[in-house]
Design a protein around this ligand. Structure first.
Ligand SMILES: Cc1ncc(COP(=O)(O)O)c(C=O)c1O
Length: 447
């Protein structure tokens, strides 16, 4: 693959930095000289405004699991757009899609739409609080649940306080909000159980990314959470914004065979269109019914664009695409191929590192020790990771330099994986002896 040489025109860089703080919308933390302005996407490729083509391993932060400009999705969205783009009212498309989700998602007896994963997890938390009459929510350290209080509290903790104390990773949130969030180490059922026992009467919910950032749950961890939540009357929320429709058509619930009480969806469901959805047991979801206002526990949920028919038509088409025979075999085989290739490259070049992930997701961490949670992940060499990620971008691989989670799509093949693997080897070789450039070391995954 050709190295990307002069893609970054001065003019665009300046325009980006003039209109956007740090030159971006917050998704990517590119250094100024690596400003990329995307023109279009095609399958697993992105083209920038200078005509350079990248092989994409971000895929719209995982929202475009079916590939850029997927023919079915484009056709469905275009046809629907001609019939109206938004009604802020239940419509044929939103009704049909909701019925289909109820069939796919074991946890969902009822659902509502919103427009992002951030809203979906936020509503799950509120509903759990209203339904239980308790205020606190337990999350796992380092988990991202969107740009809400739940998502940003203890997202990048630095002080590493004793559990279950949280840390504010984002100013503008309140101390009170942080105190309402307890934190446990992912994959440590014993510590989690002790926290749940001690705080059961004030905990409304446990929210978990069943596949935490890029870490698989240990055998029995999710089952253990299910058991503990049942024991203490705590609502178990699966944040399936990443896992939804990615590991299996039935998401993490099917893949790990655990059914939560509530579930949040986003990303891949929309086929690249803005979507969020939250659902759960009928008895929980009923707290959003408007007749309860001022009488019974009631949670306001509303979204101007949630359930809009273009997104729902696109989502239906994306699900059709994913439901084709062989999709998940392909995604899993390809992910295994990529992870193995990354591992072998590190071994060949004598680089200490770990490759984690499952299904169509992979991440490399420059740590000699195995990683199972936030603290062990954080022990990796983040400066090196940052250098390698930026070097990959310079070599024509598009990814999120704030995080190393690599997203594959149904449109990637082994050939595309070979492109990143060649670039990875070259970057590792080049990095030898080229130690730190200093600057920011922001290598946390929030995509
Ligand atoms: C697990 C998880 N939950 C929630 C979100 C938030 O979704 P959105 O960016 O659509 O608000 C993200 C986004 O990356 C995520 O990874």
């Amino acid at each position: 693959m050709n190295a990307i040489a002069s893609i970054f025109t001065r003019d665009e860089r300046e325009r980006c930095h003039s209109v956007f703080p740090a030159g971006s919308n917050g998704e990517f933390d590119f250094p100024p000289e690596l400003t990329v302005v995307v023109e279009r996407g095609e399958g697993p490729y992105l083209c920038d405004t200078d005509g350079n083509r990248f092989v994409d391993f971000s895929m719209g932060w995982g929202s475009v699991l079916v590939g850029h400009a997927n023919e079915r999705v484009v056709k469905a969205a275009t046809a629907q757009a001609a019939l109206g783009t938004n009604f802020a009212c239940v419509n044929r498309r939103s009704l049909e899609l909701a019925e289909r989700i109820l069939e796919i998602s074991p946890a969902c007896e009822q659902v509502r739409y919103c427009a992002s994963g951030t809203e979906a997890t936020h509503y799950c938390g509120r509903i759990a609080r209203a339904a239980t009459g308790r205020e606190k929510i337990l999350k796992f350290e380092g988990a991202y649940h969107g740009a809400n209080d739940l998502g940003v509290t203890s997202l990048f903790p630095d002080q590493l306080r004793p559990f279950p104390s949280s840390e504010r990773s984002c100013h503008g949130t309140t101390q009170h909000a942080a105190e309402q969030i307890l934190v446990a180490p992912f994959n440590d059922l014993e510590t989690t159980a002790a926290i749940l026992r001690a705080h059961a009467d004030e905990l409304a919910a446990v929210i978990v990314e069943p596949f935490h950032r890029c870490l698989s749950p240990k055998e029995g961890f999710l089952q253990g959470l299910r058991r503990l939540c049942d024991q203490h009357g705590i609502v178990l929320i699966f944040d399936e914004v990443v896992t939804g429709f990615r590991f299996a058509f039935g998401g993490a619930q099917q893949y790990y065979a655990v059914t939560p009480d509530m579930v949040a969806y986003g990303k891949a469901l929309g086929g690249g269109f803005p979507i969020g959805m939250f659902g759960g047991k009928r008895e929980l979801m009923q707290v959003v019914e408007e007749h309860r206002l001022n009488k019974e526990p009631y949670v306001w949920t509303a979204s101007t664009l949630g359930g809009n028919p273009v997104t729902c038509a696109a989502a239906w088409a994306a699900l059709d695409h994913l439901e084709r025979p062989g999709t998940y075999e392909h995604l899993h085989e390809l992910g295994a191929y990529l992870r193995e290739g990354l591992k072998v490259a590190m071994q060949d070049l004598n680089v200490h590192g770990q490759v984690i992930g499952d299904g169509p997701l992979a991440q490399f961490i420059f740590s000699p020790e195995p990683v199972t949670d936030y603290r062990s992940t954080r022990a990796g060499d983040r400066n090196k990771a940052r250098r390698i990620l930026l070097a990959l971008i310079r070599r024509g691989v598009f990814l999120n330099p704030m995080g190393t989670k690599l997203y594959l799509s149904t449109e990637h093949t082994e050939e595309h994986c070979d492109m990143i693997l060649d670039a990875f080897r070259a970057a590792l070789q080049h990095d030898r002896g080229n130690e730190p450039s200093g600057g920011r070391t922001h290598v946390f995954d929030h995509g």
